[in-house]
Design a protein around this ligand. Structure first.
Ligand code: GLN
Length: 313
């Protein structure tokens, strides 16, 4: 990688954490009831370098449900299984400019989901996971995401049950996909697998390692495991650049210049191709559903480490 030396990166990660610790803007998500119990003071920040070193500060080992960040890695697994053409045809790779739970995201293009990083397209993507049954799809999904993290990820049963009991909107989106002929499987079964994928427990450290795997041509820099191909990483990062931060994706790319993905529990992963990734956790969100401290700390590090992919000087 072309990051500065170990001590310099360590110092910058500590500084980015310390500088943003006092920020308390934003609101903890509550539409999934159990997420409202998250401690808003917790703040984890971790950088994983593409050649192995990991810099973890603050609450980097605190676990939370991965939520929408799973969409990025499930997309990669599905691209690996079926190829980029199939996935871009069946799901699409465009930004809808709409909120993650938008029903309009589906109505824009005759029911074609268009964007794998909002719920409509993510449900269509999850339905493409290899497996003969929903149980097998779930096992493949969990083991695939675990390979990205380099450890066995566990389901948060409480988050899964809380979301399952309240996710009428996702069930409606899945039905709508079915009505347009874009879902061949039982919609409620697909929603169940999707809800499980969102309830997998990760830490900021896991997010950094998962992102660094995408930054490293699909090779997990900690375990050495080749999880997906280099082509799949390139395709996934292109999609994240345009859609990873919901309707704020353009602003994010303009300010920070890195492909990234956020989730409503407060995680963000930002990927610097060939260099590494930043994983953050802090539960207070802006109105699009992106962690406020996470965005600030990532912006700080992107600047300090010279990670902006558009910078040429
Ligand atoms: N499980 C959440 C949902 O479907 C994920 C949303 C998110 O993280 N933006 O509503």
């Amino acid at each position: 990688g072309s990051l500065p030396g170990w001590h310099r990166v360590e110092e910058l990660v500590r500084k980015a954490h310390a500088r943003n610790l006092a920020h308390d803007e934003g609101v903890v998500a509550s539409y999934i009831p159990v997420l409202a119990h998250a401690d808003p003071e917790r703040f984890g920040l971790c950088v994983a370098e593409a050649d192995g070193p990991v810099h973890a500060v603050g609450d980097s080992d605190l676990e939370f449900s991965v939520q929408s960040i799973s969409k990025a890695f499930v997309f990669a697994l599905v691209c690996q299984a079926w190829g980029r053409e199939v996935v871009s045809d069946r799901v699409g790779v465009n930004n809808t400019g709409l909120a993650f739970n938008s029903v309009m995201a589906l109505e824009l293009n005759d029911g074609h989901p268009m964007n794998p990083m909002v719920n409509a397209g993510a449900l269509a993507t999850t339905a493409l996971m290899p497996g003969e049954s929903f149980a097998e799809q779930w096992e493949n999904l969990r083991s695939g995401l675990s390979r990205f993290a380099g450890r066995q990820l566990e389901l948060d049963g409480e988050v899964f049950r809380s979301e399952s009991a309240t996710n009428t909107r996702n069930k409606a989106i899945a039905r709508l996909l079915q009505s347009y002929g874009h879902l061949e499987l039982d919609p409620l079964g697909v929603v169940d697998v999707y809800t499980r994928q969102c309830a997998l427990r990760v830490s900021a450290r896991d997010l950094a390692v998962m992102g660094a795997t995408l930054a490293d041509g699909g090779v997990n820099p900690v375990t050495g495991d080749q999880v997906v191909s280099g082509q799949v990483c390139q395709d996934t990062l292109a999609v994240l650049a345009s859609t990873g931060m919901y309707e704020r994706s353009g602003r994010w790319l303009f300010e920070i210049g890195l492909p990234a993905k956020s989730g409503v529990s407060g995680g963000i992963v930002a990927i610097a191709p060939g260099k590494g990734a930043i994983g953050t956790y802090s539960a207070r969100l802006d109105r699009a559903g992106n962690s406020v401290r996470g965005q600030r700390a990532t912006a700080h590090l992107s600047r300090a480490l010279g990670l902006n992919v558009f910078a040429s000087s």
